[in-house]
Design a protein around this ligand. Structure first.
Ligand code: ZN
Length: 581
């Protein structure tokens, strides 16, 4: 641990958990706690609880939990140190640069951002180099018809067909091999040789809303695979949390944003005057990205390729965007495979009309089904109506469902009551299977099956319950903490996860004379921190948490350990030796 406990304490004191959480979601008071809808999973009834007394949160639905720091880590997808920095800056606390959670000097975010800027310059110069960049200029200017001003606006470049050009350039600029590898500009080969990751590709810098170059996307200029290569997650970049061209679109998207599939679509749309276009980064949309949309706009128009992959991705985008409360529509670039081709063929006015006539998900799905089946044929009509009922059943709002049922009744010439009944049956079945899978999850967690955080809990159920109760009690009261540290040692614990937790707690307590979950987070993942918080929350909800309970648990855990020892290989050997004598 490199940030002093005093600073962490100060940060947590000035960022109380109720305030931190309620800057993201709405909380309602429930007794001495607060409830809200969990931001980490989709739910209808709030199971997310904030406990002011212990300054922690826990979701009874998905098991997310922790303190203000963990909350920010999860919410903003940050590592421990970055979350501390964010909270510190919110409350005016200064934290020195170049600190890491494991004491090593890590490649910091700022260093990577500076290196990316240098790399972007290198790619740009390569693009405009008479000889080296000709192939890429031919592609961008001749084939894709981009103007030099558009190329400049988006900072496009070219990664030469060379294994060491960028590496040599960055080395001269003072960057180390490690920084290039961590920043995902170079890969590491056999014998630790370092090589350029992007080669013979047109380069698209990905710029965040503060104007930093956080990553790159590289596209091939022929039909080779992979078509796109993107920076993986680095200390400066999380793929699932960024959108291409959001830095420009953010000022033009209050009413509507256009979601495209590829970088070239976005660039084509921007140059045609649709500056509210963005794209996800090579992958299908994530729920984090959906949340970004909800922060910037009220309505999203999806403009994906008309091929099958594009349509499947559209289904997911519809679902995730709807979940965050954004109004979603979709447009079809009839007569062209993507928006870029459409605008080249038919012009931007026609594209504007496409946006105006974009369809709701219901209309989109209905069209799809009607194109697939001939509803004048009895059998096909049944299939079609079943499929559309399944679509309507996915809408959570009853009013919305009612409206679509009426529409469907007209199209299919069927009475609304029978459609209604079919849909209710689908919803009932779905709820039943959801409940079953939830129960299954609960059962699996209770019995420790499939426990990724503490895999040893399944084979040590009883002992694990005791060790978790002990840790929970220790975290609850300082006197319990002292008692536990005095009577127990790491080896009294059974599962290696609880051993680690105890060891970490006792080290910190020895070092600082006090303890807070915030101090150990650097040593644990967010999911592990959630588990530790759960131990605390579970104790908190019980009325009997006195010293006697703790003492009993401690001696019972020690007995458990002895039981184990009797069966151990060593003790069996000893018993055999005894018999021999
Ligand atoms: Zn949850």
């Amino acid at each position: 641990m490199n940030i002093s406990p005093e600073i962490i304490e100060d940060i947590k004191f000035r960022n109380n958990i109720e305030n931190v959480v309620s800057s993201y979601i709405t909380l309602k008071r429930a007794g001495s706690n607060f409830n809200g809808s969990c931001p980490f999973h989709s739910e209808k009834t709030p199971s997310f609880t904030v406990f002011p007394a212990t300054q922690s949160f826990y979701c009874f639905g998905c098991g997310a939990g922790g303190d203000a720091i963990t909350f920010v880590m999860r919410m903003e997808n940050l590592d421990y140190i970055s979350a501390i920095r964010l909270l510190a800056s919110r409350s005016g606390i200064n934290i020195p640069e170049n600190i890491s959670s494991n004491g090593k000097k890590e490649v910091g975010r700022q260093r990577i951002l500076d290196m990316n800027k240098e790399a972007a310059r290198f790619f740009r110069d390569a693009l405009f180099d008479e000889k080296v960049g000709k192939i890429a200029r031919d592609y961008l200017i001749e084939k894709r018809q981009l103007s030099p001003s558009v190329i400049k606006h988006f900072g496009l470049g070219y990664a030469p067909n060379n294994f060491g050009a960028l590496h040599d350039h960055l080395k001269k600029a003072g960057y180390t091999d490690e920084e290039m590898v961590v920043g995902f500009l170079c890969g590491k080969g056999k014998n630790n040789s370092v090589y350029d990751y992007f080669r013979n590709r047109v380069m698209f810098p990905i710029i965040d809303v503060s104007g930093n170059i956080v990553a790159f996307g590289g596209r091939v200029m022929d039909n080779s695979e992979p078509k796109y290569l993107n920076t993986s997650d680095t200390p400066a970049f999380k793929k699932s949390k960024n959108l291409f061209a959001l830095n420009y679109a953010k000022n033009h998207c209050e009413n509507t944003m256009i979601l495209c599939e590829g970088y070239m679509d976005v660039i084509a749309l921007h140059s045609a005057g649709f500056e509210n276009a963005v794209a996800t980064l090579g992958t299908a949309i994530t729920s984090e990205q959906a949340r970004i949309f909800s922060r910037y706009t009220k309505k999203v128009v999806i403009s994906y390729d008309s091929d099958q992959a594009g349509q499947r991705a559209a289904d997911k985008a519809f679902r995730l965007l709807q979940e965050v409360g954004v109004d979603v529509k979709i447009l079809k670039t009839e007569g062209a495979k993507d928006p870029d081709e459409f605008i080249k063929k038919f012009g931007k006015e026609k594209f504007s009309a496409l946006i105006d006539n974009s369809k709701t998900r219901f209309e989109f799905e209905t069209d799809k089904i009607l194109a697939k089946y001939n509803i004048n044929d009895m059998n096909e009509k049944i299939k079609a109506s079943n499929e559309l009922c399944a679509v309507i059943a996915t809408y959570p709002s009853e009013i919305e469902r009612e409206l679509y049922i009426r529409k469907m009744s007209k199209i299919f010439e069927l009475p609304t009551q029978s459609i209604q009944r079919d849909i209710s049956a689908i919803i009932k079945r779905k709820n039943k299977s959801q409940k079953a899978s939830l129960m299954n999850d609960v059962y699996r967690t209770r019995s420790g099956i499939g426990d990724r955080i503490n895999p040893e809990s399944a084979s040590n159920l009883g002992a694990n319950k005791k060790e978790e109760a002990i840790i929970g009690l220790m975290l609850l009261k300082d006197e319990h903490m002292k008692l536990g540290l005095e009577k127990l040692s790491t080896n009294d614990f059974v599962t290696s996860f609880c051993k680690r937790v105890f060891e970490s707690i006792s080290n910190i307590y020895k070092e600082c004379g006090k303890f807070d979950i915030g101090y150990i987070q650097g040593d644990f993942t967010v999911d592990e921190t959630a588990r530790i918080t759960k131990m605390l929350t579970e104790r908190e909800s019980l009325s009997i948490n006195d010293t006697k309970t703790l003492e009993e648990l401690i001696s019972s855990l020690k007995e458990e350990k002895n039981k184990d020892d009797e069966d151990s290989f060593d003790s069996i050997l000893k018993a055999i030796e005894k018999k021999k004598k």
